[in-house]
Ligand binder design. Structure first.
Ligand code: 18C
Length: 267
């Protein structure tokens, strides 16, 4: 019976209903494909000279590149890789996507509001962020989508993790900026734009058929490109980036681990 149930859930995860159609579904599917092709490419693991490793803490590594638009606006992309024990890709991505718990871990925001529910896994959100002196306060409006990804769509492998276990599943969250009638710009606020991907893969220890928390490892690849929406002093902006991204990744993963520790594993 157990074998049959496992087989059923394996088949179910491969036969997915076509994604619900809404005004952003085509663009969102495109973004997802793009991130699956580029974001999880292994080149950023330090071998690629153009990425600077600026923070390393155990398994967590953060890279950036200096990129400026014409006019001097700094849009340095951020790329982080991490491996966490005991929590699954689904648990991490669900909590990252869920607006109900956003204020419990997101330290840079002041408010978060759902502008539109597009489907049971896609929403349009509006957030205001804490002001960083001397710059004006920033807000952002973006589509946020949560997906489980079929394993055959994943082009890049993680050999170290494959030595530990078998790749069980992959989940992701994509956040990218859009305009929305329910998110008009307020006086004094500057609109920033985002392009964020959080891609997580869970591995189950070789030979284990009924995994518990101690039998799993999850890799996280997180990328973010934020356009601050107008000129801000480059040095100050880079200082904020280099402080806030490690703080985010550390706080968020610790938050998920704490929330999930007494719950049964949700693979
Ligand atoms: O991905 C993350 N969070 C998601 C859910 O919130 C979502 C977030 C998008 C972030 C949009 C940021 C828009 C500008 C924010 C200004 C923030 C001010 C920081 C306040 C610090 C107290 O995908 C995790 C996101 C981790 C965020 C890292 C912070 C990046 C800082 C950007 C600064 C931009 C402008 C202010 C410059 C001031 C310089 C003097």
């Amino acid at each position: 019976l157990e074998k049959e149930l496992n087989e059923n859930s394996r088949l179910k995860s491969q036969v997915r209903a076509p994604s619900e159609h809404h005004v952003h579904s085509v663009a969102l599917d495109f973004k997802i494909r793009d991130h699956l092709e580029t974001t999880i490419a292994p080149a950023a693991n330090g071998e690629n000279g153009s990425w600077e490793l600026f923070c390393e803490d155990g398994e967590m590594k953060l890279f950036t590149r200096e990129v400026e638009l014409e006019g001097g606006v700094c849009v340095d992309p951020l790329r982080a890789v991490h491996v966490v024990d005991n929590i699954s890709a689904k648990e991490i991505c669900t909590r990252f996507w869920d607006t109900e718990v956003r204020l419990e871990w997101e330290l840079t925001i002041e408010t978060c509001r759902v502008c539109e529910v597009l489907s049971d896994r896609d929403v349009v959100l509006y957030q205001t962020h804490k002001r960083v002196w001397p710059a004006a306060q920033r807000d952002v409006c973006y589509v946020s989508g949560l997906r489980e990804i079929r394993l055959e769509k994943i082009a890049y492998k993680e050999p170290e993790l494959e030595r530990f276990g078998e790749l069980k599943n992959c989940w992701l969250v994509i956040n990218y900026s859009v305009d929305h009638d329910g998110a008009k710009l307020q006086p004094g606020m500057v609109r920033a734009t985002v392009d964020v991907a959080m891609i997580c893969r869970t591995y189950v220890r070789h030979g284990v058929t009924n995994p518990t928390r101690k039998d799993i490892k999850t890799s996280i690849v997180y990328t973010a490109t934020i356009n601050p929406g107008g000129w801000v002093p480059k040095k100050a902006l880079r200082t904020v980036y280099r402080r806030e991204y490690p703080r985010f990744l550390r706080t968020f993963t610790q938050y998920v681990a704490k929330k999930e520790q007494d719950l049964s594993l949700n693979l």
